[in-house]
Write a protein that binds this ligand. Structure first.
Ligand SMILES: [Zn+2]
Length: 422
């Protein structure tokens, strides 16, 4: 057993948790997981199938690691890339094809074909249109510099509902499902009993909420996972995290993830149908308790509450049910009124610090934001704001939540140049 399967075993048994080793922290290594089939474990997963007519690769790498993936694949096999399948158009899955295309040109091979769902090209168009916005939000989400790509390999072949491809005698069944994205494809290779889920499985609470990104579809997502669970796949190659080996384990991760999504979906929908406000919905819906300890369903990236917000967004308007919010006063004006009632900005700062020290960080954030809205250049406000968000980030587990708070902390530290207290 190599390092990839060894890590898979440890993750499954909980000997290594996703808190200790984040599912995005890849080994940058590949290993054979089925006959003539390898899974490359990195920030995002790459699965390569050797056929009698070249390779078929499901997801080809991230914009920042495409060369490393290419080298690893080439160490494993020298066969030409026949077809690349993109499970979806996120930038951590769709890079690297030009490296194979250049190689094909040099050697006189046919150019590799790229296959994806028909919603992938409009996604790439949108990414070019909103490159600045995507740079900003991804820099905040991942807490590192992101140069958002503006050049993409568009698919040569697209499909709508499902599609079957046979390459070198091996059949690949492509199925569309809206889930994390509107353009998702999951791939089933019956002869090898390998299932490539894309980001419909990521070894964490599904990325169905994401505060900074476009709509997700958790009802369709759960239905797709149920279909996959009926296939009796032996190997599951996920979009992020580690490979899952063994029929029972594969079925379990699929059905547990489906159950989580179904539960959130049903609870949120019921409350919406009863006329609940958004505030009531996000604070009432709970994840099923028996799934809380599953090693592959921890909130280390996204969170259930954000998924609930996306269910609201899918079926509801932007009105949250609070009439004051339909045509609100500007936040600075609201905050000025609150500061006046509280006895000034310093009273808000003091209260925010006290709430933070008592551990009521949710309220502390509101109070310090009111102070910040009134006095955006006040040093005392920034000192307190950096402290509040620093503490808040320390208590969070989801990468996207933590990094939003870290960004606020950083912003205030920079404004008052306060060194970080550990
Ligand atoms: Zn991804």
């Amino acid at each position: 057993m190599g390092a990839v399967l060894e890590l898979a075993e440890k993750y499954w048994k909980g000997e290594v948790t996703t808190y200790e080793r984040h599912p995005f922290a890849g080994l940058e290594m590949l290993e054979e997981v089925a006959e003539r089939t390898v899974f490359y474990n990195a920030f995002s997963g790459v699965t390569a199938f050797d056929t009698d007519d070249g390779l078929v690769i499901v997801d080809t790498g991230t914009f920042f690691n495409q060369e490393i993936v290419f080298q690893a694949i080439r160490e494993w096999s020298k066969a030409r890339l026949n077809t690349a399948i993109f499970t979806h158009g996120h930038v951590d899955h769709v890079f690297g094809v030009p490296l194979y295309a250049n190689e094909a040109k040099e050697r006189g091979w046919a150019r590799p074909r790229v296959v994806a769902h028909e919603a992938v090209p409009p996604r790439f168009d949108r990414y070019i249109l909103t490159a600045g916005y995507n740079g900003v939000i991804n820099q905040r989400q991942f807490a590192q510099h992101v140069q958002w790509p503006t050049s993409y390999t568009y698919p040569d072949v697209t499909y709508r509902d499902s599609m079957s491809l046979t390459v070198g005698g091996l059949r690949f069944e492509l199925n569309h499902a809206r889930g994390e994205t509107d353009d998702h494809t999951w791939v089933w290779v019956p002869a090898r009993r390998v299932l490539c889920t894309g980001d419909l499985i990521i070894w964490a609470v599904p990325n169905g909420g994401n505060p900074q990104k476009v709509q997700r579809y958790c009802g369709d997502w759960a239905a797709a996972l149920r279909r996959m669970a009926g296939l009796n796949a032996k190997v599951l190659c996920p979009g992020h995290g580690i490979v899952v080996v063994g029929e029972e384990r594969v079925r379990q991760i699929l059905t547990d993830t489906a159950e989580l999504l179904e539960s959130l979906y049903e609870q949120a929908l019921r409350l919406m149908n009863e006329g609940a406000t958004l505030d009531a919905v996000i604070h009432s819906v709970k994840s099923p308790a028996h799934l809380a300890k599953r090693p592959y369903l921890q909130p280390v990236y996204d969170e259930s509450q954000y998924i609930v917000r996306n269910i609201w967004r899918l079926y509801g308007g932007w009105y949250d049910g609070n009439p004051a919010h339909v045509k609100p006063a500007p936040e600075a004006e609201q905050a000025t009124e609150i500061a006046r009632l509280a006895g000034g900005v310093s009273a808000l700062v003091e209260r925010a610090r006290k709430l933070a020290q008592e551990g009521n960080l949710r309220l502390a954030c509101h109070v310090i934001e009111w102070a910040y809205a009134v006095a955006p250049n006040d040093r005392a406000v920034h000192e307190a704001r950096a402290e509040v968000y620093g503490r808040r980030a320390d208590t969070e587990t989801a990468l996207m939540t933590m990094n939003i708070y870290r960004a606020a902390e950083r912003e205030s530290r920079e404004k008052c140049e306060v060194p970080k207290v550990s």
